[in-house]
Write a protein that binds this ligand. Structure first.
Ligand code: HEC
Ligand code: HEC
Length: 352
């Protein structure tokens, strides 16, 4: 017990000293606020689907594999496009019949940190099982699981790759299964991590990494506008569901699964803000075309209705505060297409 206290004191002292070193030239001392946004050192993987390089490599191949769609015309990357921050720039995802799905394609950046509930309305329980829906949905890849397994098992290269990715099975002994396809896809997707951005360099202590407007924007984000109430932590999401007052013609969001709850009506998952300036349109339905329109929505307080979050209300931001917020959001962009498309950012670790 005692050594734990010592550890705590030592950590606090380090933070305070860091803070002192940081407060220069009349700038407000933001070191404690910034410490909330420090990037994690390792990607978390679940115990029942641990990281293995061969499994991630197989997952990458499957992510771009047209044979996983019945007509060979779609892959996961049809909508989650690596060069477009793993989304597709469309208000709502395209169906194979020319129509559109209910929701916009979300980015896959940093899905490893999503707490075991996925989708705009939380319809998916685990990353391992999300893939089943796009793979089998008639308007999407439209692939019956048995046919998918049959196709891959008929390809000796895949049989070999599955045996390498899941060495616990004897080679050729039914190495290809639908569950393993999902596990390999999930392992690959956990490697999709946004790269370091100017904001991260600021968090790490370089005061020149971002400009004065972005710094003021951070103060608005964490202060007057209280965006950080929901867009919290290094990935800028609390992983929870809120109604922020977006026009949702009939869309009930999380409330679909909790019809008795007022607070969950029109409530959608807080999205990450990593690379956000680069990937319009915005919101679950792609209804907002640019960042200034997003800020204007928050400034108005969205639609005032019983389900609207108590953290959403008219903000009365000045024109400069709005511009500063956007300057701040732009510092969350990584090197994008010029950087590696995905990377392992550190030693892989089991989920804490
Ligand atoms: C037609 C476009 C399209 C294709 C193809 C597609 N997706 Fe998606 N994806 C979406 C949309 C739209 C959603 C949001 C669904 C929802 O919230 O109900 C989504 C959601 C997800 C999510 C949840 C992300 C989160 O943050 O909650 C994951 C993971 C995912 N897709 C992975 C995949 C994988 C793996 C494949 C290939 C097997 C795939 N997707 C194929 C459009 C697509
Ligand atoms: C009450 C929680 C909450 C607060 C406070 C909040 N947001 Fe959000 N934010 C969300 C949710 C939930 C969504 C998705 C809503 C939807 O799709 O209908 C969202 C969406 C966004 C988006 C669109 C991202 C995308 O990929 O579509 C941006 C940008 C954004 N918020 C920025 C901000 C800024 C800037 C502030 C402060 C002015 C802020 N948010 C305050 C919860 C919140």
């Amino acid at each position: 017990m005692a050594w734990k206290f010592m550890g705590g004191k030592a950590a606090l002292l380090t933070i305070l000293l860091g803070g002192l070193a940081f407060a220069t030239h009349g700038e407000p001392d933001r070191s404690l606020a910034l410490a909330e946004y420090r990037r994690p050192a390792a990607i978390p993987f679940p115990d029942d689907n641990p990281y293995r390089a061969a499994k991630a490599e197989l997952g990458r191949t499957l992510f771009f594999e047209p044979a996983l769609s019945r007509d060979g015309d779609r892959t996961c990357a049809t909508c989650h496009i690596p060069g477009q921050d793993w989304t597709d720039s469309q208000p709502r995802a395209p169906r194979s019949d020319g129509g559109f799905m209910e929701f916009r394609t979300p980015t896959l950046l940093n899905v490893a940190w999503t707490e075991e509930i996925y989708g705009w309305d939380g319809k998916f329980r685990r990353l391992e099982t999300v893939a089943r829906t796009p793979l089998t949905a008639p308007g999407n890849m439209n692939m019956p699981p048995e046919e998918m397994v049959r196709r891959l098992a008929a390809d000796p290269n895949y049989v070999k790759a599955f045996a390498g990715a899941f060495p616990e099975t004897a080679a050729g002994d039914g190495a290809v299964t639908a569950e393993r396809i999902e596990q390999a896809l999930a392992t690959f997707q956990r490697l999709i991590v946004s790269g370091p951005a100017p904001f991260d360099r600021w968090v790490e202590g370089d005061p020149t990494a971002v400009g004065a407007a972005a710094k003021r924007g951070f103060d608005v984000f964490t202060g007057k506008a209280n965006c950080a109430a929901c867009h919290s932590g290094w990935n800028f999401t609390d992983g929870s569901f809120h109604d922020i007052g977006v026009a949702t013609e009939g869309a009930v969001g999380r409330g679909r699964f909790f019809p008795g709850s007022t607070a969950l009506r029109h409530a959608f998952k807080t999205p990450t803000l990593r690379n956000v300036a680069r990937r319009p349109p915005y919101m679950h339905d792609g209804s907002i075309t640019n960042l200034s329109a997003v800020i204007d929505l928050y400034d108005r307080g969205g639609i005032d209705r019983p389900s609207r979050s108590r953290d959403i209300r008219p903000l009365h931001l000045t024109a400069r505060e709005k511009a500063d917020l956007i300057a701040f959001l732009e510092t969350l962009n990584d090197a994008g297409a010029d950087g590696p498309a995905y990377r392992v950012i550190g030693p892989v670790a089991p989920r804490p």
